[in-house]
Design a protein around this ligand. Structure first.
Ligand code: SAM
Length: 301
């Protein structure tokens, strides 16, 4: 269960979810038609020593055992495109909120002069740095870590790390929002809005309703005995209190937003979603991948 000041490392509580996502990316990377190739993901899984998750990627028999397995390529590609299209339009500052084991700073072709800030809990970033250093990885942009809890005053820490609020920014909050209480989510949005120069963009994902998730996890527990997440139950980690719809929140602040479901992403990237039981399908439809942009000029009143 969550508490206000809880912390974690890569093999506990919310930290394990970052490892689970990395495992799914490692699997996607091995597919012949992979939508993303993340060569770092398998290194993280190998170094973490989490038996359930390591077994998951080593044995193809487990590959269908997680919702993410069929969809992580689509999700990763959505976020890759977000950053690459912002970069193509001249944005040179990126902020990856809840970066976990996201290796975009290393694997995307960032234009010269791009600065990528990564924010996550200290022990998660510490683990990530150790693995990347041990494997002599070099970032493809100037990467700056901001080790902090996103319920704390992260804007001050980001500014201290050299963030420029006068320059447009590409932000991402991938797989983050359900881990924040509704009030913390609003505060996250307010802070993003305050730190965003005109022309900034945000990509995030959100769930329309938590009943679908609840049903899916119940189904998974009953039918899938080899879940790589072991004893972790996402229902213990998610906050399910009422919260603003991101599209509405940003829309009310003058940003434009477009949302896509998982089937929309599959159509966009010319992929067929795996046949899944009904509770998964409902979740495909209630997960929204949202692209939000702050106009270059403020509309006159
Ligand atoms: N964005 C990464 C990805 O998609 O690979 C990681 C997603 S993982 C599902 C959730 C991440 O959110 C974890 O890395 C976790 O540490 C981070 N996170 C959740 N709540 C946080 C908080 N209050 N402060 C800092 N990081 C947080």
């Amino acid at each position: 269960m969550r508490t206000e000041r809880d912390t974690w490392d890569i093999v506990s509580s919310v930290g394990v979810t970052a490892l689970g996502v990395a495992a799914a990316r490692a699997m996607e990377t091995t597919q012949p038609d992979a939508l993303v190739r993340d060569e770092y993901a398998a290194l993280f899984v190998a170094a973490a020593g989490h038996e359930g998750i390591a077994r998951f990627i080593d044995d193809p028999a487990h590959h269908d055992s997680l919702l993410m397995a069929g969809t992580i390529g689509l999700r990763s590609k959505f976020y890759d495109d977000h950053f690459l299209s912002a970069a193509a339009d001249g944005v040179r500052q990126a902020v990856i909120l809840a970066s976990g084991l996201d290796a975009r700073a290393y694997r995307l072709a960032w234009p010269a002069g791009t600065v990528v800030f990564e924010l996550d809990q200290p022990k998660v970033l510490e683990f990530k740095r150790r693995v990347l250093t041990d494997n002599d990885a070099s970032p493809a942009a100037e990467r700056r870590e901001v080790a902090i809890d996103l319920r704390d005053d992260w804007p001050a820490a980001l500014l201290d790390a050299g963030f420029d609020p006068t320059a447009p920014t590409a932000w991402s909050a991938e797989g983050l929002l359900p881990y924040l209480p509704g009030a913390a989510q609003d505060s996250l949005f307010e802070r993003i809005e305050r730190l965003s120069a005109p022309g900034s963009r945000v990509a995030l994902d959100a769930l329309s309703n938590y009943e679908d998730l609840d049903e899916m996890i119940g189904f998974q527990k009953e039918h899938l005995k080899n879940s790589p997440m072991g004893d972790i139950d996402l229902r213990d980690l998610f906050y399910t209190d009422d919260r603003s719809e991101p599209e509405n929140w940003f829309g009310a602040h003058g940003w434009s937003a477009t949302a896509a479901t998982m089937p929309d992403l599959a159509a966009r990237y010319d992929r067929t979603l795996p046949e899944v039981p009904e509770p998964y399908h409902a979740l495909y439809l209630s997960s929204r991948y949202v692209a939000i942009a702050k106009p270059l000029t403020t509309p006159s009143a």
